[in-house]
Design a protein around this ligand. Structure first.
Ligand SMILES: *Cc1c(COP(=O)(O)O)cnc(C)c1O
Length: 228
């Protein structure tokens, strides 16, 4: 069985190879380890292998792990769907939020971001797969939403996030990620972040400009949702 450290090495070499193939600086692509459903011990192992950024989808689970791991200098990213009643805890306990898809949530995060913390880094989740996905703002709604969020005082809008419909077809992966890249380029805002690419499609995402790849399975193994 491979260890998390082995997996970190493998994923890092996939990222490196994809960056080289795309004629990109490999340091322009960062690895976000998605630790949802995995115990704090797994996060500790990934930390020992050099990972600093961790992504979580479920607030209560994330807060528990943050307490257990408070001795480590970790950077926490919230990447799951956000209900209004969760915004305060997210604003207080995370460094990044990748899954903002409506203004009301962004306004609450800005109002609730503690004054002693730096502005909260934000990506707008955009839905480039149409009806196949419920989360994410539509491409048509994106410009107005991005402009409004960019004005909020306690947020720092960094870029876009997308989760295209899963497919093993490289051309379809490329088309979806290229669409995200071109939506970003169409915004008249100083953005530096594209959060896209998961275990099965990180090569395509990096070819199309990803700056964060969000990797769960390839680092931590398959997830068992039966055991919270
Ligand atoms: C679970 C999840 C991931 C990681 O997916 P893998 O296929 O396990 O790499 C990435 N992004 C989001 C938003 C997720 O919910």
């Amino acid at each position: 069985m491979s260890t998390i450290a082995d997996n970190v090495t493998q994923v890092s070499s996939r990222i490196h190879a994809a960056a080289v193939a795309a004629h990109r600086d490999e340091h322009s692509v960062q690895l976000l380890a998605v630790s949802k459903t995995k115990p704090a011990a797994a996060v500790r192992e990934a930390y020992a292998a050099g990972i600093r950024d961790f992504g979580e989808n479920y607030l209560q689970e994330a807060l528990g792990k943050q307490l257990e791991l408070a001795d480590l200098p970790l950077i926490w990213h919230f990447i799951g769907p956000i209900q209004s009643n969760k915004t305060r805890a997210i604003a207080e306990h995370f460094d990044w939020v990748h899954s903002v898809d409506r203004l009301k949530i962004a306004q609450r995060l800005s109002e609730q971001r503690p004054a002693d913390l730096p502005p909260l880094n934000i990506c707008i989740q955009v839905n480039v797969s149409g009806e196949a996905s419920k989360s994410g703002c539509t491409p048509a709604d994106l410009p107005a939403l991005a402009n409004a969020i960019s004005q909020l005082p306690r947020l720092k809008l960094r870029g876009l996030m997308a989760i295209p419909e899963p497919t093993e077809d490289r051309a379809a992966q490329d088309a979806a990620f290229a669409a995200v890249q071109s939506l970003q380029a169409g915004l008249d805002l100083p953005l530096d972040t594209l959060s896209m690419g998961m275990s099965h499609d990180l090569e395509s995402a990096i070819a199309m400009g990803a700056t964060w790849v969000r990797i769960g399975t390839a680092l931590f193994g398959t997830r068992d949702y039966g055991q919270p």
